[in-house]
Design a binder for this molecule. Sequence first.
Ligand code: NAD
Length: 497
Amino acid sequence: MTDFTKQLLPEVNRFLAQGPIASFVGGRPVGGGDDSVFATVDPGAGRPLAEVYEMGADRVDEAVETAQRAFETSGWSELSPADRQAALERLAATVEQNRHILAQLEAIDGGKILWQAAGDVQNFIDSIRFFAGEATRVDATSRLAPEGFEAYQARLPWGPCGFIFPWNFPILLVGWGIAPALAAGNTVVIKPAEDTPLSTTYLVQLAQAAGIPDGVINVVNGRGETTGAALSSHPGLRRMSFTGSPEVGRKVAEACGRNLVPVKLELGGKGAAVVFDDVDVAATAADLAAAVTFHAGQVCCDATRWLVHRSIYDRFVDEVVGRMQGVRIGHPLDDATQMGPVVNEKQRRRVLDYLMRGQEEGAQAVLEGGPADVPGCEGFYVKPALLAGSLDNVAAREEIFGPVAYLAPFDDEDDAVAMVNATDYGLANSVWTADRGRADRVARRMVAGNSWINCHNVFPFGVPYSGIHKSGLGGGVNSIETLHDYWRKLSVVRPIQ
Ligand code: NAD
């Protein structure tokens, strides 16, 4: 049996061996004394990796106050956009130099295949560079010309902004979230998911090494009901951004509403892929199988309802079953692995439970799935699965967050669009066809934040990515609009005498 942890870099081993891992507030480690600890686990091996101090409400208070002080006194909010770009470029370069460390931390903490983790680190770097650059191209004031007045509107940073993230793309989502906030001149307090605190905590130390002023980026670790609840209900925040499940999103929105803190919600999904009969069936099956097994299907915008034209349905099913059966399941640090574990035992049970309930409600198991055995690894592995049948089935309606897709045939365009839209979610769908006119028509009729044509899970910078209905509220990462959200607008008016 291979001990994959032998591949870990000395910096990673040192970071893990330091004893309970502290949070980072105002440029210094915070934790100890009465703070409780929780364990973060390697999902590939099923073993604890490290203990982490949990930040209670007092620590969260301290972090928000520190972020407010840094906003007022560190000079960050008053830098010119070009100077802030230079500082953020130093952060990007420092992360680049340390990318192998961050990628390993991400892989072992979240069960993410190493090359995918490396891609997420690169995406963080790209986010920082994108928004730092965009901020230099926005005028800080807009001249207005009302009759009898001289007036303008100024764009000014808000102050401390809170962020709560899930465990499926820890460092990538931190980049999507904080890059626009920082580029606009705000300070941030981040609460990573308790399953994946490591990369973000390491990152904030790199930010200090890169010369980002103390208190501009703060991290508070802990569980949702303690640290998350304390952060989302903090009246000292000027903006809040939450990425995670609709259930917790509601609680965060309620807490922010009570304080009138503007909140963005980026939530879950139950996306569809509509496959017409003019596609290359083998290639489309390969693309969708790759999408639903990417990070073991723990991707908010995954296509998990596959609606296939009846005339190619059987051929598509044959192709896709072959692909999914052939996926090599293994430890995230094993180069041969194509699909790693799910994040924890709770998530594994959730996936298996949906497969069982789906079949109890009458779905056919086209590919059975179930627990997967990876010799020598006690981690949380499941096999890819495919169910088929009525879209009223629980497995077709609810977000499973595992390598599971639900198949159903359709007869025509109207039929397909109605099936796509029969959901409370509204994150991302895709349409697969060689007919450009039909692709555009269907793309516009599918009700969600994103419609993709002949691809799934694509996120070019500059294209807003957001959910509607149960999938989100007021969000839209990766976009210029998001950057603008991190400036408050001040109207300045003087009568002309
Ligand atoms: P989750 O909602 O359980 O947890 C998300 C975060 O909220 C964690 O940091 C958690 O500690 C915190 N939290 C939990 N309870 C809280 C409370 N009472 N108050 C404040 N914070 C609390 O979600 P998860 O299981 O970590 O992630 C999976 C979900 O995230 C899925 O629904 C997925 O679709 C969604 N997601 C959405 C996007 C997007 O961009 N739309 C991206 C990634 C994940």
